[in-house]
Design a protein around this ligand. Sequence first.
Ligand code: NDP
Ligand code: ZN
Length: 256
Amino acid sequence: MLISKHMFSRVFLLNFSNVRLRNNISYLSRYLHSGRKPNPHQKNKFFLWYLPVYISPFQKEYLRTYVTMSKGDGENDGHIVSLVKCADFAAIKHRDQRRKDKEETPYINHPIGVARILTAEGGISDPIVLQAALLHDTVEDTETSFEELEKEFGKAVCDIVAEVTDDKSLPKMERKRLQIEHAPHKSREAKLVKLADKLYNLRDLEKCTPQGWTETRVQEYFQWASQVVKGLRNTNENLEKELDKLFNKRNIIVES
Ligand code: NDP
Ligand code: ZN
């Protein structure tokens, strides 16, 4: 681990803008790589670590994922290779599918977009969560088995996908009811994927009503999604804030 527990606890006393935070952690990381002792004269870089100030949950998430990704070039290379493999696998599996919008957008735009929401808006760079996001609809919507996912991408990724996959042998309405019931009991990783998935789908519905859908159906979908999101709360501040914006626009009372 490049950032020792000792150093990391000090980092948590920071209160910077995210850019400032990133610069400082990146400096810390480089410095720890070099194996040198801290330079006490570089106060401009270090003195602010001791300020006892507030750090937002978003910054905390950033730090957590930064540390996950800061374990050395070899491991990072491995993560990148795995992510590209997931994107390729998902693209092949979803190749004949289209979204329900009028333009019939290629389905693969959705899992890639869910992963993008997690990184760009959720501040997530945990490679396991991102791999699961790319694969999250493969078992539910294509001829893919969990065995295949576990063999190709490992148990951790497969387990998250399993958590976000509906049991297709059940009637549709029962599956929707179970999503509400099961949401609070999911792992943090699965909740992240579900939050980003709901955000993506609701934004799609905002942009364009699928063919054959009435406005009532769209509104009911939002109502149902708000019930699922209720069980996913306190997982990622920013994603939840973005979802709440959409619910508020439709006058849906958000319960926390
Ligand atoms: P569906 O489950 O049929 O469709 C929504 C799902 O489709 C989303 O969760 C998303 O899943 C995927 N999707 C693909 N393209 C889009 C897009 N452009 N925008 C948003 N989502 C998209 O919807 P309902 O939940 O409304 O329907 C449930 C059941 O009830 C169905 O069997 C439906 O036929 C039936 N029904 C419901 C009516 C109603 O008024 N609620 C009326 C008539 C029928 P993913 O993340 O997997 O891509
Ligand atoms: Zn999805």
